[in-house]
Design a protein around this ligand. Structure first.
Ligand code: NAP
Length: 234
């Protein structure tokens, strides 16, 4: 499968490496490849990461392209852009390149503009997953993996014991595609909790405030949520 990952941060790079290890083709989308490759400072948004050019040197098989070219080439798309700018990134990708494609939406709409802790926008009565689906109705949006750190997304065994990953999306076949990908990442069938339509993305996105508090409490990000139910699903 040919994946286009929109986003050059730690999430995009980590997912790209895992997809490559599984034999997939990967391109990465950015606003302007020349600008991204010219950066010499670590990223200041999201988790601090080495300049993209250093990562690129170790992954010469991954082409860095403008968002639109990456989205045109990708058969399955991954949204690993900042949640507050995801609509801008997808607009730059060009709706014509999105139609009919599965978009794995990992982004969280965290607003750091007022400092720490960040706030969520949208939240409560809306979610980024829904906003993307509404704005680009031709996309088949599946929200998943946004409730854990990047390293755990692609290597769940990093956290011992049972723990969960959530799925939200309106398109059942898109969710099946993503579920199979999650299995190939190492997520057992029982760990994947399908919450329902894209409206249910509100819940996983609103887990972010407690996730950030837990990271502060534990002093690291190698943890995840585990739902312990008294009975199997009715
Ligand atoms: P990030 O720093 O949040 O986002 C990087 C990407 O956003 C870059 O590709 C950048 O484009 C793009 N971007 C920034 N401003 C933009 C704008 N105005 N218009 C269009 N695109 C813009 O990267 P990250 O830390 O890897 O996180 C990616 C997403 O995953 C975020 O939504 C985050 O909340 C979510 N997430 C992160 C983690 C984690 O472990 N870090 C865990 C769960 C979920 P350029 O390439 O052009 O600079």
């Amino acid at each position: 499968m040919r994946y286009a990952i929109l986003g050059t941060g730690i999430v995009g790079r980590t997912v790209a490496e895992r997809l490559l290890s599984l034999g997939h083709e990967v391109v990465i989308g950015t606003r302007d490849p020349a600008t991204t490759l010219a950066r010499t400072e670590p990223s200041t948004t999201g988790a601090p990461t080495a300049p993209y050019a250093e990562w690129q040197e170790e992954h010469l098989e991954v082409e860095l392209l403008p968002f639109a070219d990456a989205a045109r080439i990708g058969e399955v798309l991954v949204n690993a852009t900042g949640g507050r700018v995801s609509i801008d990134a997808l607009n730059a990708a060009d709706a014509g390149h999105l139609d009919g494609k599965v978009l794995i939406d990992i982004a969280n709409p965290l607003d750091f503009s007022q400092g720490m802790p960040p706030v969520l926008d949208p939240a409560n009565t809306d979610s980024l997953g829904e906003l993307i689906q509404r704005t680009f109705p031709g996309l088949r949006v599946v929200k998943t993996l946004n409730t854990m750190t990047a390293a755990v997304m692609v290597d769940p065994a990093r956290v011992p014991g049972e723990h969960n990953v959530f799925l939200s999306g309106d398109d059942e076949s898109a969710k099946k595609t993503v579920r199979e990908l999650l299995h190939s990442f190492g997520w057992p069938e029982a760990s994947v909790l399908d919450l329902g339509g894209i409206r249910t993305a509100r819940g996983p996105e609103m887990l972010l405030p407690i996730w950030i508090q837990l990271m502060g409490h534990l002093g690291h990000a190698d943890f995840n949520f585990h739902v312990q139910a008294a009975h199997p699903k009715a």
